[in-house]
Design a protein around this ligand. Structure first.
Ligand SMILES: [Zn+2]
Length: 287
Protein backbone atom coordinates (compact mmCIF):
# COMPACT_ATOMS: atom_id res chain seq x y z
CA UNK A 1 0.00 0.00 0.00
CA UNK A 2 1.03 3.57 -0.47
CA UNK A 3 0.46 4.23 3.23
CA UNK A 4 4.09 3.54 4.09
CA UNK A 5 5.35 5.92 1.49
CA UNK A 6 3.35 8.64 3.17
CA UNK A 7 3.75 7.49 6.79
CA UNK A 8 5.96 10.48 7.56
CA UNK A 9 7.02 13.44 5.43
CA UNK A 10 9.27 16.18 6.81
CA UNK A 11 9.77 19.71 5.58
CA UNK A 12 11.92 22.48 7.07
CA UNK A 13 10.79 26.09 7.08
CA UNK A 14 13.21 28.54 8.71
CA UNK A 15 13.99 27.10 12.15
CA UNK A 16 11.00 24.76 12.28
CA UNK A 17 10.89 21.18 11.09
CA UNK A 18 7.36 19.95 10.42
CA UNK A 19 6.55 16.27 9.89
CA UNK A 20 3.20 14.89 8.79
CA UNK A 21 2.38 11.59 10.49
CA UNK A 22 -0.11 9.12 9.13
CA UNK A 23 -2.73 7.80 11.56
CA UNK A 24 -4.97 5.98 9.08
CA UNK A 25 -8.05 6.60 6.99
CA UNK A 26 -11.71 7.28 7.53
CA UNK A 27 -14.37 7.03 4.85
CA UNK A 28 -16.75 9.96 4.50
CA UNK A 29 -20.25 9.45 3.12
CA UNK A 30 -21.90 11.58 0.47
CA UNK A 31 -24.73 12.46 2.87
CA UNK A 32 -22.33 14.16 5.31
CA UNK A 33 -22.08 17.04 2.82
CA UNK A 34 -24.61 19.80 3.54
CA UNK A 35 -26.29 22.42 1.37
CA UNK A 36 -25.13 20.93 -1.93
CA UNK A 37 -27.14 18.96 -4.51
CA UNK A 38 -25.95 15.33 -4.52
CA UNK A 39 -25.44 15.47 -8.30
CA UNK A 40 -23.14 18.50 -7.94
CA UNK A 41 -21.26 16.82 -5.08
CA UNK A 42 -20.86 13.68 -7.19
CA UNK A 43 -19.53 15.70 -10.12
CA UNK A 44 -16.85 17.30 -7.92
CA UNK A 45 -15.94 13.92 -6.42
CA UNK A 46 -15.63 12.42 -9.90
CA UNK A 47 -13.38 15.33 -10.96
CA UNK A 48 -11.15 14.79 -7.93
CA UNK A 49 -11.01 11.03 -8.49
CA UNK A 50 -10.03 11.58 -12.11
CA UNK A 51 -7.22 13.99 -11.26
CA UNK A 52 -5.78 12.10 -8.26
CA UNK A 53 -6.58 8.48 -9.13
CA UNK A 54 -7.87 7.97 -5.58
CA UNK A 55 -11.30 7.89 -3.95
CA UNK A 56 -11.74 11.42 -2.54
CA UNK A 57 -14.16 10.13 0.12
CA UNK A 58 -11.42 8.01 1.72
CA UNK A 59 -9.90 10.67 3.95
CA UNK A 60 -6.48 10.34 5.45
CA UNK A 61 -6.15 11.11 9.15
CA UNK A 62 -2.89 12.76 10.16
CA UNK A 63 -1.16 14.43 13.05
CA UNK A 64 1.90 16.68 12.78
CA UNK A 65 5.13 16.95 14.70
CA UNK A 66 6.93 20.28 15.00
CA UNK A 67 10.53 20.52 16.15
CA UNK A 68 11.21 24.08 17.17
CA UNK A 69 13.18 25.91 19.87
CA UNK A 70 14.56 22.57 21.07
CA UNK A 71 11.10 21.20 21.72
CA UNK A 72 9.06 18.38 20.20
CA UNK A 73 5.44 19.42 19.83
CA UNK A 74 2.80 17.10 18.44
CA UNK A 75 -0.23 18.78 16.86
CA UNK A 76 -3.26 16.49 17.24
CA UNK A 77 -2.91 12.79 17.98
CA UNK A 78 -5.05 10.79 15.53
CA UNK A 79 -7.78 8.45 16.78
CA UNK A 80 -5.97 6.05 19.09
CA UNK A 81 -8.19 3.09 19.88
CA UNK A 82 -11.45 5.05 19.61
CA UNK A 83 -12.29 4.60 15.91
CA UNK A 84 -11.39 1.05 14.92
CA UNK A 85 -8.53 -0.56 13.01
CA UNK A 86 -8.39 1.76 9.99
CA UNK A 87 -6.97 4.41 12.33
CA UNK A 88 -4.73 4.61 15.37
CA UNK A 89 -1.39 4.16 13.57
CA UNK A 90 0.23 7.35 14.88
CA UNK A 91 2.50 5.53 17.40
CA UNK A 92 3.94 3.41 14.56
CA UNK A 93 4.45 6.54 12.45
CA UNK A 94 6.27 8.25 15.32
CA UNK A 95 8.42 5.15 15.82
CA UNK A 96 9.26 5.20 12.10
CA UNK A 97 10.96 8.59 12.58
CA UNK A 98 12.61 7.51 15.84
CA UNK A 99 10.42 9.51 18.22
CA UNK A 100 9.20 7.83 21.40
CA UNK A 101 6.00 9.01 23.12
CA UNK A 102 8.16 9.95 26.14
CA UNK A 103 10.13 12.42 24.00
CA UNK A 104 7.06 14.51 23.11
CA UNK A 105 7.19 17.72 25.18
CA UNK A 106 3.79 19.13 24.26
CA UNK A 107 0.61 18.19 22.46
CA UNK A 108 -1.28 21.04 20.81
CA UNK A 109 -4.88 20.34 19.82
CA UNK A 110 -6.77 21.92 16.94
CA UNK A 111 -10.10 20.76 18.38
CA UNK A 112 -11.57 18.02 20.52
CA UNK A 113 -13.03 15.62 17.93
CA UNK A 114 -12.05 11.98 18.40
CA UNK A 115 -9.90 11.66 15.26
CA UNK A 116 -7.71 14.40 16.75
CA UNK A 117 -7.65 13.56 20.48
CA UNK A 118 -8.26 9.79 20.60
CA UNK A 119 -4.53 9.10 20.44
CA UNK A 120 -3.92 10.96 23.71
CA UNK A 121 -4.79 7.89 25.78
CA UNK A 122 -4.36 4.14 25.39
CA UNK A 123 -7.09 1.47 25.59
CA UNK A 124 -6.99 1.59 29.41
CA UNK A 125 -7.31 5.37 29.49
CA UNK A 126 -3.70 6.14 30.44
CA UNK A 127 -1.80 9.02 28.83
CA UNK A 128 0.21 7.90 25.78
CA UNK A 129 2.53 10.93 26.12
CA UNK A 130 3.61 10.82 29.77
CA UNK A 131 5.81 13.93 29.70
CA UNK A 132 3.69 16.15 27.49
CA UNK A 133 1.89 19.32 28.41
CA UNK A 134 -1.53 19.39 26.71
CA UNK A 135 -2.42 22.73 25.11
CA UNK A 136 -5.88 23.65 23.83
CA UNK A 137 -7.61 26.90 22.87
CA UNK A 138 -9.59 28.33 25.79
CA UNK A 139 -12.78 28.60 23.69
CA UNK A 140 -12.64 24.91 22.70
CA UNK A 141 -12.04 23.82 26.28
CA UNK A 142 -14.92 25.96 27.53
CA UNK A 143 -17.34 24.59 24.95
CA UNK A 144 -16.60 20.88 25.34
CA UNK A 145 -15.22 20.62 28.87
CA UNK A 146 -17.16 23.22 30.86
CA UNK A 147 -20.74 23.01 29.52
CA UNK A 148 -22.88 21.45 32.27
CA UNK A 149 -23.79 17.86 31.32
CA UNK A 150 -27.50 18.47 31.97
CA UNK A 151 -27.56 20.96 29.09
CA UNK A 152 -26.50 18.29 26.57
CA UNK A 153 -28.64 15.75 24.76
CA UNK A 154 -27.86 12.07 25.39
CA UNK A 155 -25.67 11.59 22.33
CA UNK A 156 -23.61 14.73 22.95
CA UNK A 157 -23.31 13.84 26.63
CA UNK A 158 -21.79 10.43 25.78
CA UNK A 159 -19.32 12.05 23.42
CA UNK A 160 -18.42 14.81 25.86
CA UNK A 161 -17.91 12.31 28.69
CA UNK A 162 -15.29 10.55 26.57
CA UNK A 163 -13.61 13.86 25.65
CA UNK A 164 -13.46 14.82 29.33
CA UNK A 165 -11.99 11.45 30.32
CA UNK A 166 -9.29 11.69 27.62
CA UNK A 167 -8.28 15.27 28.40
CA UNK A 168 -8.72 14.60 32.14
CA UNK A 169 -6.07 11.86 31.95
CA UNK A 170 -3.51 14.67 31.61
CA UNK A 171 -4.62 16.16 34.97
CA UNK A 172 -2.83 19.38 35.83
CA UNK A 173 -0.74 19.23 32.64
CA UNK A 174 -3.59 20.75 30.60
CA UNK A 175 -3.11 24.42 29.64
CA UNK A 176 -5.80 26.57 28.04
CA UNK A 177 -4.51 29.32 25.77
CA UNK A 178 -5.84 32.37 23.97
CA UNK A 179 -4.97 33.58 20.49
CA UNK A 180 -1.26 34.25 20.04
CA UNK A 181 -0.29 31.91 22.87
CA UNK A 182 1.10 28.38 22.79
CA UNK A 183 4.81 27.64 22.73
CA UNK A 184 7.84 29.66 21.59
CA UNK A 185 7.41 29.85 17.80
CA UNK A 186 3.95 28.22 17.77
CA UNK A 187 0.79 30.25 18.33
CA UNK A 188 -2.92 29.45 18.45
CA UNK A 189 -5.24 31.22 16.01
CA UNK A 190 -8.95 30.76 16.56
CA UNK A 191 -10.62 29.40 13.38
CA UNK A 192 -14.14 28.67 14.63
CA UNK A 193 -17.07 26.88 13.03
CA UNK A 194 -16.12 23.23 12.66
CA UNK A 195 -16.18 23.46 16.45
CA UNK A 196 -16.69 26.72 18.40
CA UNK A 197 -13.09 26.81 19.62
CA UNK A 198 -11.39 25.14 16.66
CA UNK A 199 -7.95 26.68 16.20
CA UNK A 200 -5.14 26.57 13.71
CA UNK A 201 -1.50 26.66 14.84
CA UNK A 202 0.82 29.21 13.31
CA UNK A 203 4.48 28.18 13.11
CA UNK A 204 6.67 31.21 12.67
CA UNK A 205 5.35 34.47 11.19
CA UNK A 206 2.15 34.37 9.04
CA UNK A 207 3.91 35.66 5.91
CA UNK A 208 6.82 33.20 6.05
CA UNK A 209 5.86 30.30 8.25
CA UNK A 210 3.51 27.35 8.17
CA UNK A 211 -0.09 26.96 9.27
CA UNK A 212 -1.47 23.73 10.71
CA UNK A 213 -5.11 23.81 9.63
CA UNK A 214 -6.81 21.11 11.66
CA UNK A 215 -10.20 20.62 10.01
CA UNK A 216 -10.57 24.04 8.37
CA UNK A 217 -10.78 21.86 5.26
CA UNK A 218 -12.43 18.50 5.91
CA UNK A 219 -13.34 17.18 2.46
CA UNK A 220 -10.89 18.80 0.04
CA UNK A 221 -12.60 17.57 -3.16
CA UNK A 222 -15.70 19.60 -2.25
CA UNK A 223 -14.58 22.32 0.14
CA UNK A 224 -11.67 23.68 -1.91
CA UNK A 225 -13.74 24.40 -5.04
CA UNK A 226 -16.75 25.40 -2.87
CA UNK A 227 -15.40 26.70 0.47
CA UNK A 228 -18.82 27.67 1.86
CA UNK A 229 -20.13 24.07 1.77
CA UNK A 230 -20.32 22.69 5.33
CA UNK A 231 -20.46 19.10 6.58
CA UNK A 232 -22.67 17.53 9.22
CA UNK A 233 -19.67 17.47 11.59
CA UNK A 234 -19.58 21.26 11.71
CA UNK A 235 -21.03 22.55 14.98
CA UNK A 236 -21.56 26.02 13.45
CA UNK A 237 -21.89 25.33 9.70
CA UNK A 238 -22.14 28.91 8.41
CA UNK A 239 -19.27 30.10 10.57
CA UNK A 240 -17.22 27.12 9.39
CA UNK A 241 -17.72 28.23 5.78
CA UNK A 242 -16.78 31.84 6.52
CA UNK A 243 -13.67 30.73 8.41
CA UNK A 244 -12.63 28.38 5.59
CA UNK A 245 -13.00 31.16 3.02
CA UNK A 246 -10.97 33.57 5.17
CA UNK A 247 -8.15 31.12 5.96
CA UNK A 248 -7.89 29.83 2.36
CA UNK A 249 -7.83 33.38 1.07
CA UNK A 250 -4.97 34.26 3.42
CA UNK A 251 -2.81 31.22 2.67
CA UNK A 252 -3.35 31.53 -1.08
CA UNK A 253 -2.12 35.12 -0.76
CA UNK A 254 0.90 34.44 1.50
CA UNK A 255 1.89 31.16 -0.13
CA UNK A 256 2.43 29.68 3.34
CA UNK A 257 3.09 25.99 3.73
CA UNK A 258 0.00 24.35 5.18
CA UNK A 259 -0.65 21.11 6.99
CA UNK A 260 -4.16 19.60 7.03
CA UNK A 261 -5.37 16.58 8.98
CA UNK A 262 -7.48 15.27 6.10
CA UNK A 263 -5.80 16.78 3.04
CA UNK A 264 -4.48 14.47 0.29
CA UNK A 265 -0.98 12.99 0.70
CA UNK A 266 1.36 14.01 2.14
CA UNK A 267 -0.91 16.32 4.17
CA UNK A 268 1.55 19.18 3.54
CA UNK A 269 1.41 21.61 0.65
CA UNK A 270 0.16 24.92 -0.65
CA UNK A 271 -3.19 26.46 -1.54
CA UNK A 272 -3.66 28.25 -4.84
CA UNK A 273 -6.65 30.07 -6.29
CA UNK A 274 -8.62 28.17 -8.91
CA UNK A 275 -11.69 29.73 -10.50
CA UNK A 276 -13.98 30.99 -7.75
CA UNK A 277 -12.41 28.53 -5.30
CA UNK A 278 -9.08 27.01 -4.40
CA UNK A 279 -6.85 24.03 -5.17
CA UNK A 280 -4.30 22.03 -3.16
CA UNK A 281 -0.76 21.64 -4.43
CA UNK A 282 0.91 18.82 -2.48
CA UNK A 283 4.41 19.34 -1.10
CA UNK A 284 6.96 17.26 -3.01
CA UNK A 285 10.37 16.52 -1.58
CA UNK A 286 13.10 18.03 -3.76
CA UNK A 287 14.85 15.24 -5.72
ZN1 LIG B 1 -10.97 15.62 11.78
Amino acid sequence: MSAHAERATTVSIRDVELTSLWDGTLTAKLDTIRNLAPSEAQRLLDDAAASTGADPLVLPVRAFLARTAGRLALIDTGSGTTKGPTMGHLPASLAAIGVTPEAVDAVLLTHLHMDHIGGLTDASGHPVFPNAELIVHRKEAEFFLDTPMNRLDERSARHVALQRAIVGAYGTRVRRVDDGEGLPGIAARLAPGHTPGHSTWQLGPPEAGALVLGDVVHLAAIQLPLPLVPMIYDVEPEQAGRTRMQVLDEIARTGALIAGAHLPAPGLGYITRQGAGFAFRPYRKPE
